[in-house]
Design a protein around this ligand. Structure first.
Ligand SMILES: Cc1cc2nc3c(=O)[nH]c(=O)nc-3n(C[C@H](O)[C@H](O)[C@H](O)COP(=O)(O)OP(=O)(O)OC[C@H]3O[C@@H](n4cnc5c(N)ncnc54)[C@H](O)[C@@H]3O)c2cc1C
Length: 568
């Protein structure tokens, strides 16, 4: 049952629900035009049809998926000239393409993975793992063996006899249950398995198609000023390093009982050392290939979500104190061209809220029609389409994913800013100004609203929120070809550097993303500690690829910047 669409809702939107004062037709003719179109009955009728008629929404969703399906990448086998068969690897969006020596599609067991890593190092071949292949940058690229991990998919409860008494007591006290998840398992499959046990992940991003290793390796996150990136759910990593050496890596006060572990595992070395652990999860695959993780889970929960239509100018002054700091999750979506904003707040639902609102949402209802259309007026329409006057309540896995919008062929960059001294607000204002200039002078635009999310500090050296809470600003663009989006993103990233912005490791990165860039925005201590671990686990550079070389994240590397300049 979807309690959201109702006659009243649309009437409200036409009258009082639009919190924005109509702009003056004389002073702001463009904004006035936007306001008129976005509030018109025609457009609202269209949305009403779309939302209320399951046949129409189903047909549209099917059509979109069909179009996207035709672009479905997988790892395409390309037969070139006879005897020169090559595997071409393309990411999901198909904006990244490379030719590995070959692709291993068959890795389904620990033994296979260990043998592969042993042979690769012996033969001097590079290796790279690929999860769901969604990252928009060159993080998966290799000239050696590309290892598909989708067959490494399983989520089972952890054997408690392996754990310390302290870990068991701590788990009981905090309602935690540990699970073992193989690295190629997608979040969607992990959630499904956990649901059967009435367990849940602490947080989610807006999408669940990524593999757990691929997502945590790039510090994927959701929103929540007190919630670190998704990598924080991992408390133990089973890593297969080059040479086939196996390690179980945990923080210094790790959950595994060393004595019990040693008697059960002769081939795996247990390392309980926070310095090593801090390099082992967010690593963009530079230490080896993760086979599995131990994760913490909490009791299955529902979320209570409200949405409010405001403007950036009205949100800005009290955004931190009244929205972000008061709620478990807060997200602010902004149209940079009109200033319209949609504020989402989420908290764990109480029993009364669940009783009152029921399970009111479904992923299919997370419609985002129009959010990737080019005209700024449509961006406002897309924002409005996501508004709901009545709060919604549902389990976390139905609330967090943004739904259909994830199926659009869109690319994005995301930049994470320190929130100290309102740095992130200054950065947002600067981005808005720049985006407006790009539109006015070069006709270059985002094709969606941008979003602000908040991520608590992470101990992982490479995480974009390493060392401090950061605000993540994501800028999506409908992907048509490789030419348009860099024209928007390059100046944005150049501007972001003025505010110490760190670019998301799993989104698009500019050519200027190099060791020089890293040393500008990450503290030296963390980068050096990370490089030390690469030298230790991968002394021969088996995991090295073009990007890691560019970033100076290679064994025994100095801090020398690569030859490429900073200019984007
Ligand atoms: C539709 C969509 C929505 C998104 N939403 C969000 C969001 O809400 N929040 C957010 O922060 N990001 C988001 N992202 C970014 C996304 O989470 C990252 O790109 C993520 O890294 C993709 O995961 P993957 O499994 O596809 O990884 P891949 O692209 O396959 O790999 C990423 C990296 O992980 C490494 N890797 C993969 N498996 C292993 C392994 N077993 N061992 C060692 N290394 C490994 C790869 O070598 C590579 O370096 C989104 C992306 C898309 C396309």
């Amino acid at each position: 049952m979807d309690a959201r669409p109702s006659e009243a809702r649309y009437q409200m939107r036409n009258t009082t629900a639009v919190a924005v004062k109509p702009p003056s037709p004389v002073e702001h003719p463009y904004h006035y035009e936007a306001y008129k179109i976005c509030s018109s009955k025609d457009i609202l009728d269209l949305f009403k049809l779309y939302e209320e008629d399951p046949n129409i929404s189903k047909k549209l969703a099917g059509l979109i998926r069909k179009v996207i399906g035709e672009r479905e990448p997988e790892l395409l086998l390309w037969s070139g000239l006879r005897q020169q068969k090559k595997d071409i690897a393309r990411n999901h969006l198909q904006n990244v393409e490379f030719t590995p020596a070959f692709i291993r599609h068959d890795i389904a067991t620990l033994d296979q993975l260990v043998n592969l890593m042993a042979t690769a190092e012996k033969e001097g071949s590079h290796v790279k793992a690929v999860g769901s292949f969604y990252a928009f940058g060159n993080v998966c690229e290799t000239d050696g063996i590309l290892v598909k991990t989708d067959l490494l998919s399983q989520c089972t409860q952890t054997d408690l006899s392996r754990l310390t008494e302290h870990a068991k007591a701590d788990a009981e006290k905090n309602g935690i249950v540990y699970f073992e998840v193989l690295s190629g398992t997608t979040f969607a499959d992990t959630i499904k398995a956990l649901n059967k046990h009435n367990r849940a992940l602490i947080n989610l991003g807006g999408f669940t198609g990524q593999s757990i290793a691929g997502a945590t390796s790039t510090s994927t996150h959701g929103s929540g000023i007190n919630i670190p990136p998704l990598s924080s759910m991992i408390v133990s990593v089973h890593l297969i390093a080059p040479g086939g050496h196996q390690y179980r890596i945990e923080p210094s006060n790790g959950i595994t009982n060393p004595t019990a572990f040693k008697s059960a595992n002769t081939n795996v070395t247990l390392i309980q050392d926070s310095e090593v652990f801090s390099a082992s999860v967010v690593s963009i695959g530079s230490l080896g290939i993760s086979y599995s993780f131990t994760i913490i889970t909490i009791p299955l929960y529902s979320l209570f979500e409200t949405r409010e239509e405001l403007t950036w100018e009205t949100v800005k002054p009290t955004m931190m104190t009244e929205i972000v700091e008061k709620h478990r999750n807060a997200e602010i979506w902004v149209n940079p061209y009109t200033g319209e904003a949609l504020v989402t707040k989420r908290d764990i639902a109480t029993k009364e809220e669940i009783d009152k609102y029921g399970n009111t949402i479904s992923i299919e209802a997370r419609k985002d029609l129009g959010s990737f259309l080019e005209h700024p007026l449509f961006i406002d329409t897309a924002l409005k389409s996501q508004y709901h006057q009545t709060p919604v309540v549902d389990t976390y896995d139905n609330i967090y994913p943004i739904g259909l919008a994830n199926d659009f062929p869109a690319i994005s960059i995301e930049i994470l800013y320190s929130i100290k001294d309102n740095n992130h607000i200054l950065a947002t204002e600067s981005a808005i100004k720049l985006l407006q200039q790009l539109r006015d002078t070069k006709k270059l635009s985002l094709t969606s609203f941008f979003s602000l999310r908040f991520v608590a500090a992470s101990d992982q050296y490479l995480s974009m929120s390493y060392g401090e809470t950061r605000c993540a600003i994501e800028f999506p663009i409908l992907y048509a070809d490789g030419h348009y989006f860099p024209e928007v993103y390059k100046p944005l990233i150049e501007d972001a550097l003025r505010f110490g912005g760190r670019v998301h490791l799993g989104q698009w990165q500019p050519p200027s993303f190099n060791s020089h860039y890293l040393s500008k925005v990450y503290p030296d201590g963390g980068l050096t500690a990370f490089r030390n671990q690469i030298t230790k686990f991968d002394p021969k550079g088996t995991m090295t690829n073009t990007l890691l070389r560019q970033l100076g994240l290679v064994p025994n590397s100095s801090l020398e910047p690569v030859a490429r300049g900073l200019a984007v």
